[in-house]
Design a protein. Sequence first.
Length: 299
Amino acid sequence: MRQIRKRVLACTLTMAMMFCLFPVMTQAATRNMTMYVGETVLVYPGKPIAKISNTNGKVVQVKREEPDHIYATLVAAKTGKSKVTMKTGSGTAKINVTVKKADISIKVLADDSSDSYVYLAVSNKTSKFFEQALIEYTIKDTEGVILKKDTTRVFNLPAKTVTPMQLYLDVEDAKSVRLSDISAKVVGLQNDARNRYVDASSKIKVNIKNKFEKSKEITGTLCWNNTSNQAVSLSYYAMVYDSKNRLIAMTSPTYMMLKAGQSNVSDSYSSLQIPKPKGYHHYKLVKSAYYVKFAPKWI
């Protein structure tokens, strides 16, 4: 019996020494991620990445970023699925990635205030918030000759929302450019996996005071009320329609911060100024509000 006890004690001591010599690796953390073609996502597993692997490089391209390897970039190249594995000094993180085609369309609109600017109505029909989008636009003359081809960025594209942006034509004779000669498309998207965007639009209420309708514009004062328990980033703009409910104009977005529970204080007021271009019938005030939650470390 004493010999058995000694053997058990020896085995126990041996195992304890092994655990001291070799640190215990944490259990692999697995996440599911949906990406869209052309999207780049920054991934921070929580520790420097010693090694990274990918089961389908044609679907997702992965790279550890120099010099310290604290994060990796994932680029969605085509639709499909892939599994990305990141090994660090304290564990392993796995990501099951599904890549879909992004349903984002862009409509070019006139801007009554200037012949040198047009509005791009960027419609994000996906269920994902994008921190920014890279937009490629082309301007042609009446004979189809390309006058300019360049890229620009638009920031904060909420899911299921139309976001306006103003585009400066920057060509020699902007007045001669027709809307039909301007085209634009999304060629890149970007997100940070640490951020979780929570839609709080339904928690933001607005009242319009001192509303006055003139021949060429509608003015007033907007009083915002944040009924949520979070500070939110708010953007708002107006979409102008004709009698057939066709979008004919937009206003530039206005951005502001609202504290939790903020209501009817000096910095929750903003101006309303909506143009009434030819064909005007009605307008729609669009608001988008969100707050950011930081995701916990993966390992």
